[in-house]
Ligand binder design. Structure first.
Ligand code: SF4
Length: 722
């Protein structure tokens, strides 16, 4: 049965009249703007520079910011349309309290008092850790720092974590294990210098479109481009070599490529000897990954594996970049470690045009994981279980070390803790777990079990609908603060407008709440820059040192790369130069990885692999981009991508409705038959909620180290819907 075509009326019915909204003030308003504000696009970790045009305290348009070196004025579809969300009618304008008659507006005093009272009551009854906080990786560094301090100093709970747990934590954990620090090794400006670029599990053309320009500049300079992906994404279709790996088999593939490099002598023995530990164990392990065996596991032809090794191993310079495609797995950390092993063994790290980077998906995916809002981490990457790290932070916060709680639960573990009654109250900011966590039905049921649930957000998200109190926070352009881009460059997002109605800047809300629960002097900030000054002081001498970075320098220098330990330090765009790593002995560590299968593999009952990801017009759970009319038009509903062979077996054609069922639930969506996916795999984008949610199907299995969920592989069956 074919679904009715998407019409203007059906779109307006689903998304509201704002679908066709022109910018506040009309299309001509931008020309008459009161001011132009240099800031950054909020919709991915590239953080392209953009100038927002403001009239009457509303963002009415934009101009390219050509001097900002990362994107030189270029923007992708999301960047071009980002300014349209501000005037949306769904914008939360006052605090809302749940009543028998639905949500009702309330004063800030009453709402904040209620939240504080509920926190105290739950903690008095069940203990401090019974109240949890989940924060966001799209928040500025200042807010990320504040959320960690708020949880540990004001709430004294160990249970604070963030939604980067759904995103980059596998890459971060692998980098810390291998290099002793968690940051992309090279600036993007190194990409065009590479003679080989290996892109593993990253749909760059849709998820980080501006980086495509860097890859193509490398290609124009003679680089070979290798893409590892079960789908021939736009970047894969222009690559020299596409390795269509079977989802969940990436570690075997990287072992196989390294096997060939070692066998053919394409490794750097001198570099290995001087700058690394642990190579022998890796060599022994990858010896078992012959091209034939690797091909059998991964579905990638042996000849392609050998070709990839040749391109990488014989190139004078090479960069390896990866994203969620290899990170969203129960062995996400292991997958990343196998990528790092390849870089280390061939000495392709810490040099111009040679290195390694993870492409963070969220706006502040890098900074969001640096400043202490993670369950196992204090600010500046300090370890919450390390006595010396705890002592330094306690001293700089002016609290007894014993009062700082230990490691808590990851956000992906908290839903289970709620089901078990270990967590009774929750405050979230800038996260939409009903859409973004795996196994959506389980998440919804958990939120309904809470004795109290408070949400800080700017739109009434699917998650906020479950809350007892909703506090209206700020859009990115309504607040100020720093963000650390995917390449490790600290940039400044400027406040272009003040929040509308009674909405407040997020940092004010957190401080207002913190001061109800802790002495005022622990949260004395009058502006985001005050928070940043404290963040810098706390970071001094730590693993992630921001001490030399100031708002003034950021503006003058188009961002500053950390580590930057002093005012006269130039910042560090490229890490590991001269083979200097961040482990105590100065060496990098190899990690031998044996391939293991996904948590849920296919069987007779569920014979098809489901993998999920993004489309170019949407961002994360879609809270913002599903409210920007022109982006909605671009890709109104999730489509199930199916290879013609699989479609033929199921009797499906493009436009048919296909029912996809996993052990967790099912969805019925439009089918799109494409040749650009493996015949054993289907793809569904995850930005939608409710009956369109891909996460009704996904599995809650977690990586044991990073606790990232296995979004990229689960078993499903498909059938034509009637
Ligand atoms: Fe925004 Fe990322 Fe697109 Fe740049 S590439 S415009 S930061 S979404």
């Amino acid at each position: 049965m074919a679904r009715l075509p998407v019409t203007e009326e059906s779109l307006i019915e689903q998304y509201g009249p704002h679908l066709n909204e022109t910018p506040a003030g009309g299309w001509g308003a931008a020309a008459e703007a009161d001011k132009t504000v240099k800031t950054h696009c909020c919709f991915c970790g590239v953080q392209c520079g953009i100038q927002l045009k403001v009239k009457d305290n509303q963002v009415v348009g934009f101009e390219p910011w050509e001097e900002f070196p990362v994107n030189r004025g270029m923007l992708c579809p999301k960047g071009v349309k980002r300014y349209l969300q501000g005037g949306h009618p769904d914008r939360l304008l006052s605090p809302l309290l749940r009543t028998e008659n639905g949500f009702q507006p309330a004063s800030w005093e009453k709402s904040l008092d209620l939240v504080a009272e509920k926190i105290r009551a739950i903690q008095a009854k069940y203990g401090p850790d019974s109240f949890a906080v989940i924060s966001g990786a799209s928040l500025t560094n200042e807010k990320a720092y504040l959320m960690g301090k708020f949880a540990r100093v004001a709430l004294k709970t160990k249970n604070i974590d963030y939604n980067g747990r759904l995103c980059m934590v596998a890459a971060g954990a692998a980098s810390r294990k291998a290099f002793g620090i968690d940051r992309a090794a090279n600036p993007w400006s190194d990409l065009p210098l590479a003679k080989c670029v290996l892109i593993a599990g990253s749909n760059i053309g849709e998820c980080f479109p501006i980086l495509t320009d860097y890859v193509w500049r490398a290609r124009d300079n003679g680089a070979k481009i290798i893409v590892v992906d079960p789908r021939a994404t736009p970047i894969g279709r222009t690559a020299d070599l596409l390795l269509p790996v079977k989802p969940g088999r990436d570690s075997a593939l990287m072992n196989g490529i390294l096997h060939v490099c070692i066998e053919r002598g394409w490794i750097d023995r001198d570099f290995i000897e001087k700058n690394t530990n642990g190579f022998d164990a890796v060599r022994e392990t990858v010896a078992r990954y012959t091209p034939a065996r690797t091909a059998e596991i991964t579905g990638v032809p042996a000849a392609s594996i050998e070709r990839a090794a040749e391109y990488w191993g014989t190139a004078a310079t090479a960069m390896l970049v990866h994203a969620r495609g290899i990170e969203h797995h129960t062995k996400g950390v292991e997958n990343c470690l196998t990528c790092i092993n390849l870089c280390l063994a061939t000495g392709k790290i810490g040099k111009p045009g040679s290195g390694y980077a993870m492409i963070t998906g969220q706006g502040n995916g890098q900074g969001g994981r640096e400043h202490g809002q993670r369950c196992n981490q204090l600010p500046s990457g300090r370890d919450i279980e390390n006595p010396e790290h705890r002592r330094v932070v306690a001293e700089r916060w002016g609290v007894p070390e014993a009062e700082i709680p230990g490691a808590g639960l990851a956000s992906t573990e908290m839903m289970e803790a709620i089901h078990k009654g270990e967590i009774r109250g929750l405050l979230t900011i800038c996260i939409n777990p009903v859409v973004s966590l795996p196994d959506a039905a389980y998440t919804r049921a958990a939120l309904e079990k809470l004795e109290f649930f408070g949400v800080i957000d700017f739109f009434m998200s699917e998650t906020a609908r479950h809350a007892d109190v909703v506090l209206p926070g700020s859009l990115q352009e309504e607040d100020e603060g720093t963000v650390t881009t995917a390449e490790g460059r600290v940039v400044l997002t400027k406040q272009a407008v003040t929040p509308p109605g009674e909405a407040r800047e997020d940092w004010r809300i957190i401080c207002d709440l913190a001061r109800r629960l802790a002495p005022w002097e622990k949260f004395p900030y009058a502006c985001p820059e005050d928070i940043f000054r404290e963040l810098r002081r706390v970071s001094q001498g730590g693993p992630i040192d921001y001490y030399g970075i100031t708002y003034e320098r950021i503006e003058q220098e188009y961002g500053v790369f950390w580590p930057c330990p002093s005012a006269d330090h130039p910042g560090t765009p490229r890490l590991y130069q001269g083979g200097k790593f961040f482990h105590p002995d100065g060496k990098a560590k190899f990690h031998a990885v044996e391939y293991r299968p996904p948590a849920e593999d296919v069987d007779d009952e569920y014979p098809v692999i489901l993998t999920s990801g993004r489309v170019v017009s949407q961002y994360l759970s879609g809270t913002q981009t599903r409210r920007i009319g022109p982006l909605v038009r671009q890709y109104p509903d999730p489509l199930v991508e199916i290879h013609p062979k699989l479609a033929a077996k199921a009797g499906l054609r493009s436009g048919d409705l296909v029912k996809v069922t996993s052990r967790r639930g099912s969805v019925t969506l439009d089918c799109q038959v494409v040749k650009t996916i493996r015949p054993d795999t289907i793809f569904i984008p995850y930005h939608w909620a409710g009956e369109k949610s891909a996460n009704r199907l996904t599995i809650r299995a977690l990586d044991p180290v990073s606790k990232i969920p296995e979004f990229k592989v689960c078993a499903v069956r498909i059938e034509k819907a009637v």
